[in-house]
Design a protein around this ligand. Structure first.
Ligand code: SF4
Length: 296
């Protein structure tokens, strides 16, 4: 159990984070000439190999830290509000804490998506000190199977450590669709997240070719129930999924990448990360970050 002091510090940080989030959301609505979200990849390598995933390998070296700084500074200069670090597995980057500090020193909100395998008490405390503001773990099933080892059974101890030590917001995302064998697992994962004091979200998973399919009746029921648990937050701009769940089209309004950027490990900004980087929809050529252009 966290101490009273730790609980108070965590609440103060949550208040500060929510105020910053609200301020940035207001700014994003008032002005469309800056990116709202950027996704940045510090390393493509991953310790796992989920069969639906096409965003990892088992050999890539980490992006040099100075290069990460250059890209982050560029995002800051563009006025980006929120930077999400993912991978691969971002905790495999040796200077991840410095990357987080650089995001914060540019005035941006720093988030991290991880598979959670490398989280221990000391690592969580280092993330606190680096200034991480939110962290998400996607848990795909209760028990590991041939599709995914991001499993509640494997990760529950990590979740308990996060509940005890994390001063940042923690969201647990569970998934339906895309060949997940037991859709009921999402409910168990969401309930455990809420029990530990985290927020819980539900996502629709794509298959290995990047395709998302409409949900069947059981999946829809679970999706609807879990959506009713979600709280509004700047970290969860995902209402488009409701249409995907029903097999309905989305009325996308294309801003040509001006509001959401995905910066792959090679520093290329790719609009459609499900096809990256082997089949990018559009890339901005070398030198990477210098070539980022902002369009409305
Ligand atoms: S989904 Fe995440 S944990 Fe699984 S292989 Fe891809 S990057 Fe690794």
């Amino acid at each position: 159990m966290p101490s009273i002091f730790a609980t108070l510090r965590r609440r103060a940080k949550a208040l500060h984070r929510n105020l910053r989030g609200a301020r940035m959301a207001t700014r994003a609505l008032a002005s469309t000439d800056h990116p709202l979200l950027a996704h940045i990849i510090p390393v493509r390598r991953c310790n796992l190999s989920c069969t639906y995933c096409n965003e990892f390998d088992d050999f890539s070296k980490p992006v040099p830290t100075e290069e990460m700084f250059r890209r982050i500074d560029k995002l800051g200069a563009l006025g980006t509000a929120v930077v999400t670090i993912s991978g691969g597995e971002p905790l495999l980057h040796p200077d991840l804490d410095d990357v987080i500090r650089r995001i914060r020193s540019n005035g941006m909100i720093a988030g991290l998506i991880t598979n959670g395998y490398f989280l221990v008490a000391d690592r969580i405390q280092r993330l606190n000190r680096a200034g991480l503001e939110w962290l998400q773990i996607s848990i795909d099933n209760v028990n590991p199977d041939e599709v995914s080892k991001k499993s509640l059974k494997v990760l529950d101890k990590k979740l308990q450590l996060l509940a005890e030590h994390a001063e940042f917001h923690v969201n647990i995302n569970s998934v339906v669709g895309g060949g997940i064998a037991s859709p009921q697992d999402a409910l168990a994962i969401g309930k455990r997240a809420v029990e530990l004091g985290f927020s819980s979200t539900i996502g629709i998973i794509h298959d290995g070719s990047g395709q998302v399919q409409p949900l069947n009746d059981e999946e829809r029921h679970i999706y609807d129930e879990m959506k009713s648990w979600e709280k509004r937050s700047f970290t969860r701009i995902n209402a488009f999924q409701d249409n995907i769940a029903q097999g309905l089209p989305n009325e996308w309004r294309c801003r040509a990448g001006a509001r959401y950027l995905y910066i792959c490990e090679d520093g290329l900004s790719i609009f459609d990360n499900w096809r990256a980087p082997q089949h990018p929809a559009l890339v901005m050529p070398e030198p990477p970050a210098e070539e980022l252009v902002q369009t409305k």
